[in-house]
Ligand binder design. Structure first.
Ligand code: HSE
Length: 428
């Protein structure tokens, strides 16, 4: 019989115990697929005494994940602790230094240190696999590095944070304000310990930067992702956008343009009847566009025990089979230094504003838009009882700069009440 592949699992939260559960319950299936047994040698977590839903009695215990990473009876270091620094980084570095392959779910670690870790691993002939780090159970890393390897990738897009999608779709379905649904999400345990990772777009930005590195052959450049979270999205925006046939999503878009690599993670409107528009609850969706293949849409659970453990096991089985891919789909040393470009590609925009109800108000707004070269596609003014009228405008394609200019000029018209809102529309 072929030698077993021996895992050391660092982190025994939801995902870690999910991995143990699959290794225990699917041992025969994993062995058939991998051509050798997949076994666990040792585990590590912060608390040894915590009550866990799996039997760990057959495995050695290490208090220190670095010690686990260095164990001679571990072939693959499985890192499911999380965090871009501290123990996760130290243990991953120790694993690479002591000649192990690494399978990780840690998007923050790779977004900040992926290049250095990949170079270190590849210099020693070892691999780092991270399917579980992006969009949970959706095999998007495999799709990009393997299935679509013959394509020039045009664009990568996606909803990659389930918590934000839960909040936005729940606001719409229940008609509740952001603050109420945020609190609901917290009580359901959907939010990361630092909620800004979710609602500030950081977690999704980490994931987008990893996909962009593979898609465009560039070093991971998370710092260049233009990030905006969902905190400013109001129930009014969601309702009005729905009236115009759109849904609001925290959408990541990465594309290589003549000016450089654009990466943005921000609230966008998408057509309500598009696959992205129909995405409900905590589900993720990734849209990949290649020159030969056209558009591929992948949808599935972006977090949780089963989906994340499923992605980890996919990587583990690849290693057991002898598949040795470069971390980012090409040797890390050959990845280009990206030139960061602001996302300036023209796009239609949605504008929401309150206009003073007096003659000529709309004309003044239309004049400002016209002066900035912004053409109106559709417009709606809502019935109103007080002295200001809610107005929605959908523009034809225009640049973000033009919109910003127009917004800065609107107060001087003297007809705007409160702050106008502008959100980009992605027609996908
Ligand atoms: N908090 C993330 C989400 C899962 O809500 O999608 C981990 O990246």
């Amino acid at each position: 019989m072929a030698d077993p592949l021996r895992l050391g699992i660092a982190g025994l939260g939801t995902v870690g115990t999910g991995i143990v559960r699959i290794v225990q319950s699917h041992a025969a299936l994993l062995e058939r697929r991998a051509g050798r047994p997949i076994v666990i040698s040792a585990v590590s977590a912060r608390s040894r005494t915590k009550n866990r839903p799996v039997d760990l009695s057959d495995y050695a215990w290490e208090d220190d994940p670095v010690a686990l990473a260095r164990r001679a009876d571990v072939d693959v270091f499985v890192e499911v602790m999380g965090g871009s620094e501290g123990p996760a980084k130290a243990a991953t570095e120790a694993a690479i230094a002591s000649g192990k392959d690494v399978v990780t779910a840690n998007k923050a670690l790779l977004a900040h240190h992926g290049q250095a870790l990949a170079e270190a691993a590849e210099a020693k002939g070892h691999v780092i696999r991270f399917e579980a780090a992006v969009a949970g159970g959706i095999p998007v890393i495999k799709a990009l590095t393997e299935g679509l390897a013959g394509n020039e990738i045009r664009r990568v897009m996606g909803v990659m944070n389930g918590t934000c999608n839960y909040i936005l779709t729940r606001m719409e379905s229940a008609g509740l304000p952001y603050e109420t649904v945020f609190e609901e999400a917290r009580q359901l345990g959907y939010l990361e310990a630092d909620p800004n990772l979710d609602v500030g777009g950081v977690d999704a930005g980490h994931k987008l930067s990893l996909l962009a590195a593979i898609a465009f052959g560039t070093k991971v450049s998370f710092d260049a992702v233009e990030l905006e979270g969902i905190g400013r999205i109001s129930i009014d925006d969601i309702r009005r956008a729905a009236d115009m046939g759109y849904k609001i999503k925290l959408l990541g878009v990465a594309q290589m343009t003549g000016r450089g690599l654009e990466q943005s993670m921000s609230p966008c409107l998408v057509p309500a009847d598009s696959p992205l528009g129909q995405l409900q609850g905590g589900t993720n969706m990734v849209v990949l566009e290649g020159d030969s293949v056209g558009q591929i849409v992948m949808r599935g659970a972006g977090a949780g025990e089963g989906p994340t453990a499923s992605a980890i096991l996919g990587d583990v089985i690849d290693i057991a089979r002898g598949t040795r891919l470069s971390t980012f789909g090409q040797p890390a040393a050959t990845l280009a230094e990206p030139v960061a470009a602001k996302a300036t590609s023209p796009a239609p925009h949605y504008l929401r504003m309150e206009l003073a109800d007096k003659p000529g108000a709309l004309a003044k707004v239309a004049t400002v838009l016209g002066d900035e070269g912004i053409s109106i596609d559709r417009m709606r003014q809502y019935g109103h009882a007080d002295t200001s009228a809610p107005v929605l405008i959908v523009t034809h394609k225009c640049t973000r700069e033009a919109i910003a200019h127009a917004l800065s000029r609107l107060p001087a018209t003297g007809v705007i009440v409160g702050e106008p809102v502008a959100i980009r529309i992605e027609n996908v």
